[in-house]
Design a binder for this molecule. Structure first.
Ligand code: 5GP
Ligand code: ZN
Length: 115
């Protein structure tokens, strides 16, 4: 899954992307349509359609995604004011891009519960 997947294409730099973090396992980049002053997406470089498709044995990758999102939030000064980390999964969540991604949102007061 590479040619058809938007985030695989971003990973491969086939489309413009504003990268804020990269290592061997994950890529962090600015959301193209930010829903908050800080809105970063963290994806695994390996393609998974959603959390539903992540097999057992990938726990360290999932943990790494959370750790990277947290570090980006801290670096952007959100540790005190707070932030939200979200993984939309499947139709009821509103997932629109079917390559697993963590949203990091912050820089404004976020309502709860989400709509
Ligand atoms: P989802 O609704 O699947 O959880 O979130 C998908 C996110 O990807 C949305 O926040 C949307 O703004 C973002 N997005 C969609 N297309 C692009 C793109 O081409 N580039 C970037 N950087 N973000 C995108
Ligand atoms: Zn993909």
């Amino acid at each position: 899954m590479s040619e058809a997947c938007l985030f695989c294409r971003l990973r491969d730099r086939k489309l413009p992307v504003e990268v804020v973090y990269e290592d061997e396992e994950v890529l962090g980049f600015k959301d193209i349509n930010p829903k908050a002053p800080v809105h970063i997406l963290v994806i695994p470089k390996e393609h998974f359609t959603s959390l539903n498709e992540v097999p057992a044995g990938k726990e360290s990758l999932l943990g790494h995604m959370l750790r990277v999102a947290t570090k980006i939030g801290q670096e952007k000064g959100l540790a005190r004011t707070g932030y939200r980390i979200v993984i939309n999964t499947g139709p009821d969540s509103g997932q629109a891009v079917f390559h697993l991604h963590v949203h990091l949102l912050g820089g404004r007061r976020l309502s709860w519960p989400p709509g």
